[in-house]
Design a binder for this molecule. Sequence first.
Ligand SMILES: [Zn+2]
Length: 187
Amino acid sequence: MRLFDSHCHIDFPQFDEDRAAMIGRMQETGLVGCVAVSVELEALPRLFRLAESEVNVWASVGIHPNHETRQEPTVDQLCELAQHSRCVAIGETGMDFFRHHVSPEVQEARFRTHIRAARELAKPVIVHMREADADTLRVLEEEGIAYVVAVACDTMVPAGAGRTIRADRLAAKVPGRGWQRMSCGPG
Ligand SMILES: [Zn+2]
């Protein structure tokens, strides 16, 4: 079976020691590629460098809903950053009421900015949804986005089953709109 991991964070510093070995093992396990998902714009240079140097690693552009940042991104800024040749998606973005580093209002505004950038670029959105299902779905519906994508959440235990059910539910929410569930993974 050929697998593609649409949501991982192998650019994080804690993987510096064994990242190369991990990427080496991908082929052996049938994993043909992965998206190293952005959580903060400050780390994009590191993320892009990894995606440039590894043929089976791609990148996204976005700020995690609960990442504290001095300046909120603009649609234009996200669109410009996403011009990078290895960027395949926008995110991760969404709503997360499990953590409380960023207010719900700011999260929602940030989520809409990401969705609008994705719409402009015709790229999929990587959605992070944790203890915020109703608001996440409401914003997605209000923004009328064409593609969802990969849903990441780890609210439920056992996480594996929970993720699948929740991602399916999200994908099923808007039949006929062309939403797609590509995969789901840990937040
Ligand atoms: Zn993530």
